[in-house]
Design a protein around this ligand. Sequence first.
Ligand code: RP5
Length: 162
Amino acid sequence: MAEGSARVAILMGSQSDWEVMKAAEQVLDELGIASDPRVISAHRTPDRLVRYLAGAEQTGIEVIIAGAGAAAHLAGVTAAHTLLPVLGVPIGSSDLKGLDALLSTVQMPGGIPVATFAIGKAGAKNAGLFAAAILARSDASVRSRLEKFREAQSAAVPERPY
Ligand code: RP5
């Protein structure tokens, strides 16, 4: 686990979403960025959501990642309660395999933006990397770790297929 107080919140609508959302925590951890994972449902625990968001900025949170499945409104409701950037991750937990969550998350009416990522683990990982890119704008050490991450990723791709 990265040391220090959390700069990125990782919200998810259900404990069952953790299998996907831990990809965000893992990549942030690799980049030395502490995160705060929370199970908070917009419809099952609405009070918990409002309470958490009321204090998030003061506790040092700078970016919020919100992952949910089905008729996913967690990211949108989160964005309605904060001025922090909200990165939405649709989760393929329903019979519609995440297409419902993708559309619910991406189709925010104008006025309350949610940056939306791919369905599932790739989306959670990229949301973590995007959160790091936001922090890197004003944090040289995060920027340098992000550069090293990209270099290592490139170096791991063989030039020949066999
Ligand atoms: C959504 O419903 C959650 O984000 C989750 O993806 C889905 C199923 O939740 P559980 O029934 O597994 O708690 O609200």
